[in-house]
Design a protein. Structure first.
Length: 427
């Protein structure tokens, strides 16, 4: 099997590590017969990299080790060529036998369970050592026993290292998987929020289309205005069809929030918070805006789109009005008959002489600093109109340069799907 370039690099690195660690050894029997840590590494490499040729790796490592030892004997210890050669060349038979038997073991890999494989590893190590000892003419029953004992110890160490490496790899993969899963959850959550608002917009479009068509019918005696109202209704209908095409394949994303045309209050507040934080990032005001949303009650809502309209407009009004860091607090609580929502900020407040005009359509104090264009002034007017449709009450107070609070009161029977009291504290 031809190795890829990256595998070739791994192959030579494995050989180099084996060569270096082979010089960590001990002589259990005295004389020239030694056991080295390099074989532990070679066993570990065979366990980790099944794609490597066992024969090639063993021969490359063994040849280099023997040449290094001969060179060391000649240069450092002053041995003659003959003594150095006879002392170290018998080790080559170890690497030949070791590589050949492991190549066989690799081809029969699937036939053995893990315990049998470990016994085979130890057996191959022992047979290779016996082959070397036989060539040296130093065999004995006692030595054979010690050889297999050392072989078992070496494979146990190698397999222990193998388990540590695999456990670490598993931990890394698990960590990466958890990281990707968290990112996916955030992505899906963002998609759910965006799709929810698209669905809300579609319902708003349907309302506009219906109202524009009703306007057309009421202007039957004024053809000029009636035709314009009808054209608006037709154009809105086209927009609605485009929305429907986009949303048709994605509505399943928000089934976790909307169930049978109802939504939990806490889910609604969670969507509002996520959408507001996204808006703040887009406006590059994340260091200015501190948004806090809390609820002391939870209900199954029916008119939740209206609630979104009210709270979103009040929050956005605070965000757009601020020119300095501000904290915006949204709280939900209830009593026996009413649900209350307070939206408070510690921004620049509202001047007393402007308060009587605050909810008039078109009234605004906000201007685009770059273009000088005024805001539409429809936000608070829309809040009042939507709240009226729910038979709600709106109170507000403001202290210039200190705080502004809007307090919304909505009858439970207008907002809660079931009349059963579902209050609970969020402690």
């Amino acid at each position: 099997m031809r190795l890829k370039q990256s595998d070739k690099m791994q192959f030579f690195k494995a050989a180099l590590v084996t060569i270096l660690l082979s010089e960590m050894y001990f002589y259990p029997f005295g004389g020239h017969f030694r056991f080295s840590a390099g074989i532990i590494v070679l066993n570990l490499i065979y366990l980790l990299y099944n794609q490597f040729s066992c024969i090639k790796l063993a021969l490359l490592s063994g040849s280099a080790i023997i040449l290094l030892r001969i060179a060391w004997a000649l240069i450092v210890t002053g041995s003659t060529v003959q003594v150095a050669f006879l002392s170290h060349m018998p080790s080559l038979i170890f690497y030949v036998v070791f590589g050949v038997f492991h190549e066989w073991r690799k081809t029969a890999h699937d036939k053995f369970h893990i315990l049998m494989q470990l016994l085979i590893f130890a057996g191959i190590d022992g047979l290779a050592n016996i082959a070397e000892m036989t060539l040296r003419g130093a065999n004995s029953y006692r030595m054979i026993q010690l050889i297999f004992l050392v072989s078992v110890i070496r494979i146990v160490i190698a397999y222990g290292l193998y388990l540590v490496i695999k456990a670490n790899e598993l931990y890394i993969r698990s960590s990466e998987h958890q990281k990707r899963y968290a990112q996916l959850n955030v992505l899906v959550s963002n998609i759910q929020t965006e799709l929810f608002y698209l669905n809300k917009s579609q319902k708003d479009i349907e309302t506009i289309m219906s109202e524009s068509f009703s306007l057309y019918q009421s202007l039957a005696n004024q053809p000029e205005y009636a035709d314009r109202a009808l054209e608006i209704s037709r154009n809105v209908h086209e927009v609605k069809k485009d929305y429907s095409r986009v949303l048709a394949g994605f509505n399943s994303f928000i089934t976790g929030f909307e169930k049978e045309d109802s939504m939990r209050l806490k889910d609604a507040l969670m969507i509002i918070k996520a959408n507001t934080e996204k808006l703040v990032r887009e406006l590059k005001k994340e260091h200015w805006i501190d948004l806090i949303i809390s609820s002391q009650a939870d209900f199954s809502l029916k008119n939740y789109y209206a609630l979104f309209t009210i709270i979103n407009n009040l929050i956005i009004n605070s965000i757009e009005a601020t020119t300095a860091p501000v904290q915006i607090s949204v709280k939900a609580y209830s009593d026996l008959n009413w649900i209350y929502f307070s939206v408070t900020d510690n921004g620049k407040g509202i001047e007393p002489d402007l308060m009587p005009y605050l909810f008039n359509p078109g009234f605004t104090t906000k201007f685009d600093l770059e273009t000088g264009k005024a805001s539409t002034g429809m936000g608070l007017s829309h809040v009042r109109s939507t709240l009226d449709s729910l038979q709600g009450v709106l109170e507000f107070s403001s202290v210039p340069h200190e705080r502004t609070e809007f307090l919304i009161q909505i009858p439970k029977n207008q907002l809660i799907r079931s009349p059963i009291n579902e209050d609970y504290n969020d402690n």
